[in-house]
Design a protein around this ligand. Structure first.
Ligand code: HXC
Length: 260
């Protein structure tokens, strides 16, 4: 499949998706959304692909936000009737059970920050800058910024960022729990692909189950989450990969996974 606004490459079992509108700092327009939905669906459907990485082209931006030029003249009724932005969460988050990582190489603002936060985790270059500057445009986050940022960094920082539009640098983002790791700018893609390759080599069912469990922590009470965790753990003990994983440990060799 050829795309206009993104590129998709396979690096063994890792799918690398790159936002490719560098002149517009990878701003997210409707075409980008449709192409990302298609690329994520293809990733999800391909059993040979075990982890995905999403990054931005160019040196400056992961994505500088939803495309302001596309939104500027759009009537409010269209935003409402299309339930504008809902398809980002429904397609990229809810229907993607396999893991994916955002490699944030520069500006991640507005929808760009929100898109990065949809990933299972973020690895940031030391040049990364995160922000929710929508207030300056007379609007507010629309793709999860007020909710996911608050869960990630807490009320004080999320509120300050949403009310002032100030950007958070990579070091502060790591300190605040927004990103898993900060790496030197030039090594971002290599480091993220290395991490993705390590995830791709894990037993597939256990990988999806681990992702599901961690995400459940945001949706359930502690008791419900703990019950769900135990049940999934118990189910995994019935898999061939559990038998293989434990045998491989005892026999001091690498496991060979079947994904069942
Ligand atoms: C459309 C954008 C864009 C965006 C940048 N560009 N951000 N186009 N939508 N979100 C375009 C610029 O218009 C410009 O195009 C080119 O990219 C380079 O940007 P510059 O501004 O010249 O670069 P620079 O001076 O380095 O400043 C970088 C920047 C600034 C600080 C990131 O571009 C900026 O503030 N961008 C907007 C960030 C923002 O507000 N994001 C939130 C969007 S709203 P030309 O053609 O002039 O070269 C959102 C959710 C909205 O995401 C929810 C509402 C319902």
């Amino acid at each position: 499949m050829t795309y206009e606004t993104i590129t998709v490459e396979h690096r063994d079992a890792v799918t690398l998706i790159t936002l490719n509108r560098p002149k517009a700092l990878n701003a997210l327009n409707s075409e980008v959304l449709e192409e990302l939905i298609s690329a994520f669906a293809a990733y999800e459907a391909d059993a040979g692909q075990r982890c995905a990485v999403l990054t931005g082209s160019g040196d400056k931006a992961f994505a500088a936000g939803a495309d302001i030029k596309e939104m500027a003249d759009k009537p409010a009724a269209d935003f409402y009737n299309e339930d504008f932005f809902s398809r980002w969460t429904s397609h990229l988050v809810k229907t993607t059970r396999k893991p994916w990582i955002a490699a944030v190489n520069g500006f991640a603002l507005g929808g760009g920050c929100e898109l990065a936060m949809m990933a299972d985790f973020i690895i940031a270059s030391e040049n990364a800058k995160f922000g929710q500057p929508e207030v300056k445009l007379g609007v507010a986050p629309g793709m999860g910024g007020s909710q996911r940022l608050t869960r990630a960094v807490g009320k004080a920082k999320a509120m300050e960022m949403c009310l002032t539009g100030r950007m958070m640098g990579a070091e502060e983002a790591e300190r605040s729990g927004l990103v898993a790791r900060v790496v030197p700018h030039d090594t971002l893609l290599d480091e993220t692909l290395k991490t993705a390759t390590a995830i791709a080599a894990m037993p597939p069912m256990a990988t999806v189950a681990n992702k599901e469990m961690v995400n459940a922590a945001f949706e359930t009470t502690l008791d419900q989450g703990l019950v769900m965790e135990r049940r999934i753990f118990q189910i995994l003990t019935a898999t061939e990969d559990k038998a293989e994983g434990m045998a491989a440990f005892i026999e001091k060799r690498e496991g060979q996974w079947k994904g069942r």
